[in-house]
Design a protein around this ligand. Structure first.
Ligand code: ADP
Ligand code: ADP
Length: 226
């Protein structure tokens, strides 16, 4: 079943700069699709159009069959993880994870259930009362993932989530994110400029250059026909 569908999507800045040029892609449920390519090729812009943080200049975008072009970010069934985790420094881990749900007026019992479950999944149970400054880089990144998980959204979007971590931690967190995806099976788009990261994590890769899709395929396809 198709979860995300970008149909002839364009992003044109200032009436002339084509940042995303005729982007066509259908993403099935449970896929972990990686957008990869050099800086400036249009990965983030595409992801931000999916999130609704950027308008679509031309073309159509659907989630689970529903036309989304005019739908506000908060009304899209999406959770996003950013490069700089943007945790609230004055809040504990539990409060950081619960915050978005409180704004959504979800009941306290349900918030507690989701936060405890996410903490268990991410190995954060013993850190729930700490503030971000008392956590390591990897733990902070897990809290950022936790904030996305608790939304129980249909779609995860991750924009270079590991690029602030050192090399060793990055490799470890790659494996953790793959495991998380295997467990939750949430449709995911993951953006990175790192080819190794893309090849190790993706079920399917979208290779971009200058706003255009150069190649779409499994890691094996891309490895055989680079
Ligand atoms: P990537 O994520 O692959 O590094 P981006 O999607 O950020 O690439 O950028 C794609 C192109 O769009 C780049 O040429 C960039 O300069 C341009 N761009 C991105 N955001 C804006 C903006 N707000 N205004 C004008 N041009 C932009
Ligand atoms: P709501 O989604 O009900 O508006 P939030 O405070 O969680 O409540 O969201 C405020 C804005 O920030 C919305 O546009 C929401 O989509 C976005 N937002 C906040 N946290 C996340 C997240 N983890 N993933 C995706 N979007 C988020």
């Amino acid at each position: 079943m198709t979860m995300l569908h970008l149909d002839k999507v364009y992003k044109i800045y200032d009436k002339k700069n084509i940042a995303v040029n005729d982007f066509n892609l259908q993403i099935g449920e449970k896929e972990f699709v990686v957008f990869v390519g050099p800086s400036g090729c249009g990965k983030s812009t595409t992801l931000r159009m999916v999130a609704g943080l950027e308008t679509i200049s031309k073309g159509d975008f659907y989630i689970d069959g529903d036309h989304m072009n005019e739908v506000a970010p908060k009304d899209r069934d999406i959770a996003m993880v950013f490069q700089n985790y943007a945790l609230y420094p004055h809040m504990t881990v539990r409060e950081n994870m619960a915050f978005g749900l409180k704004l959504k007026k979800i009941k306290k019992d349900e918030i507690d259930r989701r936060v405890n479950e996410a903490a268990k999944t991410l190995g954060l149970e013993t850190y729930l009362d700490r503030k971000p400054k008392a956590l390591s880089g990897g733990q902070r990144q897990r809290v950022a993932l936790g904030r996305a998980i608790v939304r129980e959204a249909k779609v995860f979007l991750m924009d270079e989530p590991l690029s602030n971590l050192d090399a060793k931690l990055r490799v470890q967190m790659r494996a953790e994110i793959i495991k998380l995806h295997q467990r939750l099976q949430t449709t995911t788009i993951y953006v990175t400029h790192d080819q190794v990261e893309a090849m190790t994590m993706a079920t399917r890769l979208v290779v971009m250059k200058d706003g255009i899709i150069q190649q779409i395929g499994t890691p094996q396809d891309i490895y055989r026909h680079p």
